[in-house]
Design a protein around this ligand. Structure first.
Ligand code: PLP
Length: 371
């Protein structure tokens, strides 16, 4: 059994994907070929933003967003401690200081109340300029951007939406990737919209940011790539990956429906269990279900039993950012993140992909019911 069955998806889309890849092999424009700009157009339409700029991966996308905002050493960026390492890593990589924030118990996302608390506590630090908030759409659920934006406005901070997992989700019809000043996503194969290698994109309605990011992704280019007006990086999406994504984006809306059906079946099966907490989706929100994540005090026992039945389950994330060795030097008191800490001890994710067949899911559900 697979945790995410990418082969099932490929079998479904094989004819179209193969033809798209063959087209790239025939025209030979492997870097910045026509599929790249076609994909960027489709992505900006889908998300509902003015600009979509593709790049090499979701981590670069975050770094490019931070660079476009001019965030550097001495700046503070607030981000959740309960997230994938890349969110905080990108902040540290540009030289800035990540200031970690606790999570909301129900949504797993950055807690707006704790965010304001951490901002107020940091205001007094003369060594740090408060610059931005990086919120993460964890497991596919969009963060609470109406509250986050209010806080950002109050303290004059920029907002970055890390939609690496959130792509496809929405709040009252507004799509993930359209919140904040700049949003980013990842096309890593296991993400809701994934390619067959690394890939990423940046979304913004701001013309200046879009121009700057297009320059930064190709060695800080000016009029062309041999006219270099700033220090940038090499972070382009391969044409073959863009070709794969064009076909996968076509199928994506139906896949989201399929993911929701899988979720509903899981939820109905576990809703009455008082030792298992099913994921909560606030009114008006839609998740892209990058992960189907349960919370249980009996996590380790349940995972062990699943393992005995060859059912894969994974802990996302067993270690918060404030506990990571790489962030040891950041003075974070361990008891400042009680909810995130609890989650890291109790969460586990079950197999989740749009092409999961009924028998497979029923097998998983029955094995958990037997416990
Ligand atoms: C996957 C992920 C990233 C990084 O994306 P890559 O394409 O793997 O570099 C960043 N943030 C979050 C929350 C992610 O899940």
């Amino acid at each position: 059994m697979h945790f995410i069955d990418l082969q099932a998806q490929y079998q479904h889309l094989k004819v179209k994907i193969d033809a798209r890849i063959q087209k790239v092999l025939d025209h030979g424009k492997f870097i910045m070929g026509p599929e790249v700009s076609e994909l960027e157009e489709r992505l900006s339409e889908y998300v509902g933003v003015k600009h979509a700029v593709s790049c090499a991966n979701g981590t670069d996308a975050l770094q490019l967003a931070l660079m476009a905002m001019g965030i550097k050493a001495g700046d503070a960026v607030f981000c959740p401690t309960f997230t994938f390492f890349a969110s905080a890593e990108a902040i540290a990589f540009v030289g800035a200081t990540p200031v970690f924030v606790d999570s909301d118990r129900a949504t797993f996302n950055i807690c707006p109340q704790d965010l304001e608390k951490k901002i107020v506590a940091t205001l007094g630090d003369e060594k740090l300029n408060l610059k931005a908030i990086m919120a993460v759409d964890l497991f596919g659920l969009t963060a609470d951007y109406s509250e986050i934006q209010k806080i950002a406005d109050k303290y004059d901070l920029k907002v970055i939406e890390d939609a690496a997992q959130g792509f496809g989700g929405s709040i009252n019809g507004q799509k993930a990737g359209s919140f904040g000043d700049i949003a980013t996503t990842s096309f890593f194969p296991a993400k809701p919209l994934g390619c067959y290698g690394d890939g990423g994109a940046i979304f913004t309605n701001d013309d200046d940011y879009a121009e700057l990011i297009k320059s930064l992704r190709v060695h800080g280019k000016g009029t062309d790539k041999y006219d270099n007006v700033r220090i940038g990086m090499n972070s382009r999406l391969d044409t073959i990956q863009a070709a794969v994504l064009l076909e996968k984006l076509e199928a994506f809306p139906q896949e989201l429906d399929a993911r929701n059906l899988v979720t509903e079946k899981y939820n109905n099966a576990f809703r009455t269990r008082n030792d298992i907490h099913i994921p909560e989706v606030p009114e008006g929100y839609k998740s892209s279900w990058a992960q189907y994540t349960l919370v249980s005090v009996n996590r380790d026992y349940i995972m062990e039993k699943l393992g005995e039945n060859k059912i894969p389950s994974v802990i996302y994330y067993g270690k918060c950012m404030h506990d990571q060795t790489a962030f040891e030097s950041i003075n974070n008191s361990n008891n400042a993140f009680p909810i995130a800490k609890n989650l890291s001890n109790q969460v586990f994710s079950l197999p989740m992909y749009p092409y999961m067949d009924k028998t497979t899911q029923e097998w998983i559900i029955n094995k958990i019911k037997e416990l």
